[in-house]
Ligand binder design. Structure first.
Ligand code: ZN
Length: 366
């Protein structure tokens, strides 16, 4: 039996909910984590029509990108979407900025749809500085403590595992009356042959590594330090930059984006050079115009661009394509659906048939 909790955990594996932006509200927002799921609808947004669709089909879960609950609710009335979900016993898992930031999330899907090769991070977010853990170990236990810390996630540096520095020294301590020392006796000074063991560790693993260290360490009170190091960090990538197979003129490129994303229409600012190197940022990414120009993008593809951002691109001579919030993010829905269907073959996942771009496009002949 697959539960909402299982599906949540599978999404959390490739797009960790803990990586969401501080202002966001990604997560399991409605429902019972232990409820069984045999059918689920995947959609960019949860509208009343999507709730009805899920209900009519007997789905127990909706997986969406935009959160169904965002601002604190003061009422919970029958015409609200969250009420309708709860009343129908349908859960809602919403993966918003956690999916924007995931390596295989929105921007990867957008870059893939445009056929970009050699995709690299373009805007970095959520820098997480590594920690340096220093543990003082009785010499005979250094290897054991080192492997326990390695197994728990410390010491990985690029293509190297178990990286550590060990220096010998002397530890001194005076066990007090209540102590049950591994070395020495209460009331007598102990001079122990100890090693100083240093390993780096991503911040998310500090607790696990310290737990493993304590388990492997024979002392009642192991001595250790945790330092923040700015020498090493990881971060999420918001937006990608990659290459088209061949150069396109700005007008041609705008049409290409429209075709690739199956947009109803789009706005663009033609740049002063052909387009080969393309930055993408799904959703509202007009803030990234300067960054895209600075990293040498010939074009930025995003949505929800403001007037002054169009001007910014014009001044920079960079092509800017505003393909809309919907079209630049809806690209993630089908791949998310396929990923979940492959992971849970016993659950029928399908993309919402009723949710689409709410906008219509009118083109002037001027
Ligand atoms: Zn969005």
């Amino acid at each position: 039996m697959t539960t909402i909790r299982n599906i949540f955990a599978a999404i959390d594996e490739f797009a960790p909910f803990s990586h969401q932006e501080s202002w966001d509200n990604s997560g399991l927002l409605v429902g019972d984590p232990d409820a069984p799921v045999t059918k689920a609808v995947v959609t960019l947004d949860v509208t009343k029509a999507v709730v009805k669709e899920a209900k009519d089909e007997g789905a127990q879960l909706i997986v969406s990108h935009h959160p169904v609950l965002f601002h604190p609710a003061k009422t919970f009335l029958a015409d609200s979407i969250s009420y309708q979900l709860a009343a129908a016993g349908i859960g809602a898992i919403c993966a918003h900025t956690s999916l924007d930031l995931a390596a295989e999330g929105v921007n990867h899907c957008l870059a893939d749809r445009l056929g970009l090769t050699d995709q690299r991070p373009f805007v970095r977010e959520n820098t997480r500085f590594y920690r340096k853990l220093v543990v003082f170990c009785p010499h005979e236990y250094t290897n054991r403590i080192h492997s326990a810390m390695k197994e728990a996630g410390a010491g990985t540096l690029g293509n190297y595992a178990g990286c550590a520095f060990v220096s010998p020294g002397e530890g001194r301590f005076l066990p007090l009356d209540e102590a049950k020392p591994f070395l020495g006796k209460p009331g007598e000074w102990e001079y122990a042959k100890e090693d100083r063991l240093e390993m780096i560790c991503p911040p998310s693993k500090v607790e696990a590594v310290l737990g493993a260290m304590r388990k492997a360490h024979p002392y009642e009170e192991p001595a250790f330090d945790v330092f923040e190091t700015t020498a090493l960090a990881d971060s999420d990538s918001l937006g990608l930059i990659g290459f088209l197979d061949s150069e396109q003129q700005p007008e041609e490129f705008a049409g290409y984006v429209g075709e690739c994303l199956r947009c109803g229409g789009l706005r663009y600012v033609p740049g002063r050079r052909p387009v080969r190197r393309v930055a993408v940022l799904g959703g509202a990414g007009g803030d990234a115009v300067a960054k895209a120009a600075a990293v040498g993008a010939d074009a930025l593809v995003t949505g929800d661009v403001k007037h002054h951002q169009l001007l910014e691109a014009m001044e920079a001579g960079m092509t800017l394509v505003d393909a809309g919030h919907f079209s630049t993010e809806d690209v993630v829905v089908e791949p998310l659906c396929s990923r979940l269907a492959a992971r849970f073959p016993q659950v029928a996942f399908h993309k919402s048939a009723v949710f689409g771009d709410p906008a219509r496009y009118w083109t002037s002949s001027r």
